[in-house]
Design a protein around this ligand. Sequence first.
Ligand code: NAP
Length: 228
Amino acid sequence: MCFALWTVVTPIIILLVSLVVVQWTNYVDVESYYKDKRIILTGASEGIGKDLAIRLSQLGARLVIAARTESKLKDTQNLCQKYSQDVFVVRADVGKEEDNKLLVSEAVKHLGGIDILILNAAYSPPLTMFTDYEDPGETFLGVYKVNLLQGVYLTKFSIDHLRESHGTILAVSSMTGWVGLPMIAPYTASKHALHGYFSSLNMEFQLRQENILVVIMPLPFVHTNRAV
Ligand SMILES: NC(=O)c1ccc[n+]([C@@H]2O[C@H](COP(=O)([O-])OP(=O)(O)OC[C@H]3O[C@@H](n4cnc5c(N)ncnc54)[C@H](OP(=O)(O)O)[C@@H]3O)[C@@H](O)[C@H]2O)c1
C-alpha cells in the first residue's frame, strides 16, 4: 500500500520540482527586460495595442507605433509620452507591402535598430455566415493581407536588424488560431495561417541557428471595441 502510494507521489514531486526549476531558470524580470528595447508595435491606435504601447513606455521601451488612423495614434503617443519621449508614430496600412517597408525604415531611422517586432494589428469583417458572403474570395484576401501578410512583410524587411539584435518576433494571435468558430471564418482561417507560418519560420530559424525568437501569443477574449 505504502509502496503504491510512493509510485504515485514521486512522479508528482519530480514534476513539481522540475516546473519550479524551469520557471526559475527562465525567469525574466519584466520590470527591467523592456528598458531601452527598440520595438515596432502595430495596431497601436486602439484596443490591446494602445494599452500595450502605454505599458511598454512605462517599462522604458523605445517605440515605433503603427496603424492607419494617425489621429488615434497621436493620442496613444501623447499617453505614452507621459513616461517616455521615445515614441514615434508611423501611419501604415500593414496589408500593404510598401507601408511595411516604410515602417521598418522609419523604425531604424528613429530607433537605430529593432529588438522586438510586435504584430498586433488585425482585422475581422462583421459577423457573417460563410454562405452569406457574396464574394468570399475578396473578403478572405483582405483579411489575410492584414492578419498574415503583415507578418510576412515585416519579417522580410526587418530580418537583418533582428539578426543583428538577436531579436524577437511576437505574433499576437487568438484561440481561433487553434479552433474554428462560426461567423468569423476569414479571421479564424487567417489566425490558423499565422500559426502555420510562424511555426515553420521558428523551425527554420532553429535549423539555421539564427538567434531570433518567435513567440505566438494566442489571447483569449479581451474586452475591446472590436471584440465586443
Ligand atoms: N480582443 C479580443 O478579444 C482578442 C482575442 C484574441 C486575440 N486578439 C488579437 O489581439 C490583437 C488586437 O485586437 P484588438 O481587440 O485590440 O483589436 P482592435 O481594438 O480592433 O484594434 C485593432 C488595431 O489594428 C489596427 N489595424 C487594423 N487594420 C489595420 C491595417 N490594415 N493596417 C494597420 N493597422 C490596422 C487598428 O488601427 P486602424 O484602424 O487605425 O488601422 C487598431 O489599432 C489582434 O491581433 C487580435 O486578433 C484579440
